[in-house]
Design a protein around this ligand. Structure first.
Ligand code: HEC
Length: 202
């Protein structure tokens, strides 16, 4: 583990607290850079000096953070690019009245046991995320159903409803990149929040 990594997360937490009033990170930033083994070995985004702009962004972005380890975050971004591609293919196929093309693209973002498992994993540290993600995949299935029925109006309505799932999730959540220990503790805290007795869940 790179020592400055943890320092960066601790500093981020501290700066987030201070951010509403003012940002005076210089001494802490200096402390964060002390342990760097060497310029070549420390990825730039882990360097102490990089914490300040990251903390500033976090103070501006008030959406709920979804804690993710770096590999999970990259995986999620790849999924997202795939989602946008699927929507592009849906509209392109629709314009050509290629109903099979619409259904095929919609199936790629539809429900499946693998999709469910991945959404549960991605949302494990962010209450409400998984539910929103699963609702999105349910809505995508209705695009495929309408395409199979060759019903243009229904395909358009289902696509609009699916896009509404995209935009409402984007306005609610943002990624927060954390290390493994932080991810584990956030998942634990999130699961405590879902303990029996809490409203709204089966
Ligand atoms: C359940 C939540 C959720 C749903 C549903 C969702 N997204 Fe996202 N999406 C996210 C999060 C979280 C991010 C990361 C935002 C950030 O960078 O902090 C993201 C990022 C993206 C990005 C940026 C990827 C990048 O390279 O940085 C694109 C594009 C995107 N989403 C497209 C879509 C599209 C299109 C849909 C619907 C068809 C969709 N998303 C549905 C949560 C969601």
């Amino acid at each position: 583990m790179i020592p400055s990594h943890r320092g960066c997360f601790a500093l981020l937490a501290l700066l987030s607290l201070l951010a509403l009033h003012s940002l005076h990170p210089s001494p802490a930033v200096a402390a964060g850079t002390e342990e760097q083994p060497g310029a070549e070995e420390t990825p730039p985004f882990l360097a102490g000096a990089q914490c300040e702009p990251v903390a500033e962004l976090a103070s501006l972005d008030h959406r709920q953070p979804v804690p993710l380890q770096p590999t999970m975050a990259w995986h999620q971004k790849q999924n997202m690019m795939g989602h946008l591609l699927a929507i592009q293919e849906i509209t392109d196929s629709l314009a050509r009245e290629d109903w099979d093309g619409v259904a095929t693209a919609a199936h790629r973002i539809g429900q499946s046991p693998q999709m469910q498992q991945m959404c549960e994993h991605m949302g494990a540290g962010a209450p409400g995320f998984t539910e929103m993600a699963l609702e999105f995949h349910r809505r995508a299935d209705t695009i495929a159903e309408a395409a199979t029925a060759r019903d243009l109006g229904s395909v358009l309505r289902a696509t609009a409803a699916t896009l509404q799932s995209c935009t409402s999730c984007h306005s609610t959540f943002r990624q927060e990149i954390v290390d493994f220990a932080t991810w584990q503790s956030r998942v634990h805290a999130s699961q405590q929040g879902r303990a029996p007795g809490r409203e709204g869940g089966p």
